[in-house]
Design a protein around this ligand. Structure first.
Ligand code: HPA
Length: 232
């Protein structure tokens, strides 16, 4: 049976799903990296595919932007379709002076200005974190392939265009490396439902230096991140 947002049938989605924000990126990944890829979802154009990579079944599906969107898709993937490993692959804005454009950041802890975790009625503040198992695997794969990565904390923001353009500096002061918009909901859903999740990001812009990448550059740089994600 399918869900309101995902028309896949049971068994059509692999236990490991790569999650780019952009559904057209999911299509590109399926066509470029997977063998015998078959599309399982077209609802709202949030394309999803399952294929084979080095003989192993793997899926890739878009999430859309922001915690509400990835919150829906990741919840259904885990609770309804039995997905065990969810690997977000995306871009981020760098806070840290140690980061350059195109560097790869693996998000260990995710801090947020989102209300996503209020649903759990926790008597405090939740630290949303990645799966240690997936993090360990990712750093191992990166080291083996000679791909440098920065492992650290990221900020999952509900806001892209801030009224106060300096606000990010307070998060940077806490050692947060970079900003994106989806990891917090993904990590919450994974913990709540008992799955493993990880976020792998490529730096697409820098908040301190105001350097930016072009769309074309982003498409190329993304291959190194994929090399790590596909091995998980
Ligand atoms: N803010 C939020 N998300 C992002 C950014 C940013 O500057 N860059 C890439 N994803």
């Amino acid at each position: 049976m399918s869900t309101p947002h995902n028309s896949a049938l049971q068994g059509q989605i692999a236990e490991t799903v790569l999650l780019p924000g952009d559904p057209l990126r999911a299509k590109f990944i399926a066509e470029t990296f997977l063998e015998d890829a078959e599309q399982f979802n077209t609802v709202r154009n949030m394309f999803g595919y399952t294929g084979n990579y080095k003989g192993k079944k793997i899926s890739v599906m878009g999430t859309g932007m922001g915690c509400p969107s990835i919150g829906i898709y990741s919840y259904e993937l885990i609770s309804h379709f039995g997905v065990k490993n969810l690997v977000r692959i995306g871009s981020c804005g760098a806070f840290s002076e140690d980061l350059e454009l195109f560097d790869i950041v693996i998000g260990m802890g995710s801090s947020t200005n989102s209300n996503f975790a209020t649903q759990y009625h926790l008597p405090g503040t939740l630290s949303a974190t990645c799966s240690y198992e997936l993090l360990k695997k990712a750093t191992h794969v990166a080291a083996k392939k000679g791909i440098p990565v920065h492992v650290g904390d990221i900020f999952s923001s509900d806001i892209f265009y801030f009224a106060d353009p300096e606000e990010w500096k307070k998060w940077a002061r806490m050692g947060i490396l970079a900003v994106e918009m989806e990891s917090y909901a993904l990590y919450c859903n994974a913990k709540w439902l008992g799955a493993d999740a990880l976020t792998i990001l490529t730096v697409s812009d820098h908040l301190a230096t105001h350097k930016e990448t072009t769309t074309e550059e982003r498409e190329k740089s993304f291959t190194r991140m994929m090399e790590i994600a596909l091995e998980l």
